[in-house]
Design a protein around this ligand. Sequence first.
Ligand SMILES: Nc1ncnc2c1ncn2[C@@H]1O[C@H](COP(=O)(O)O)[C@@H](OP(=O)(O)O)[C@H]1O
Ligand SMILES: [Mg+2]
Length: 262
Amino acid sequence: MTPPVIDGAFARWLAGRAGDLLLRTREEVGFADPHALKAAGDKLSHELIRTELARWRPGDAVLSEEDGDSRGAGTDRLAAERVWIVDPLDGTREFSEEGRDDWAVHIALWGRRGTSPHKLLAGAVAIPAQHRTLATDFPPAYPPLGPHPRLRLAASRSRPPAFLAGLAADLDAELVPMGSAGVKIAAVVGGEVDAYVHGGGQYEWDSAAPVAVATATGLHASRIDGSALKYNETDPRLPDLVVCRKDLAPRLLAALRQHLPG
Ligand SMILES: Nc1ncnc2c1ncn2[C@@H]1O[C@H](COP(=O)(O)O)[C@@H](OP(=O)(O)O)[C@H]1O
Ligand SMILES: [Mg+2]
């Protein structure tokens, strides 16, 4: 089957293919040995994505979590016009826990000539166990204001930043723990939470695809100090971010300033 030519639709197609493979891998490998399941999921999804990108987008470079070669300086991605930034399995830990649906596949495309600061041209986040894929070819509608009386902040289930409890207290917000950066940003896009705040560690592939979708939807996405998120940098570490409704951003960034060192 020939995949779509338009990059956003291609990203949706590829994330969906990898997601189907991950669902089958969960069934075939089972949950008895979580390490084996995580390793199988990472490897199989990575190989599928690598193979399809080499076949259908042979002129483009790739930056992948599972590909040590693409990470450092001196790789062809630093001179490339177009770079696919992919996380074959985000929320690996949750993928290995039976019954959990908060894990995702991230496929993003960065372009040197992109006009926004992040230069992400297209992206898709597949959440296979929730049967949904968000992508920039048909960006989701801007979320309505939630019915919840208190602000809801999505937070890492296993590695929430130390400042988050204080931030939530200042804002009288409720923390909603879940796995996967893609799932948390999808929760903002869907209006289930008002914001996702993370700090302390992460890489470009953890946020590129969900940030592409969130900004195509019209949401705010930045570093937690308010500066621009940048992709395809020499060092792929991108330790923190905030994604939220545009109207909430000034209040959230002001509160964050009170909690950041320096
Ligand atoms: N402090 C940290 N250092 C490195 N990676 C981090 C991190 N905090 C979160 N991440 C990564 O960001 C993704 C989302 O994290 P979380 O589920 O905790 O919200 C996970 O990606 P992977 O599952 O692809 O490894 C996780 O490894
Ligand atoms: Mg990840």
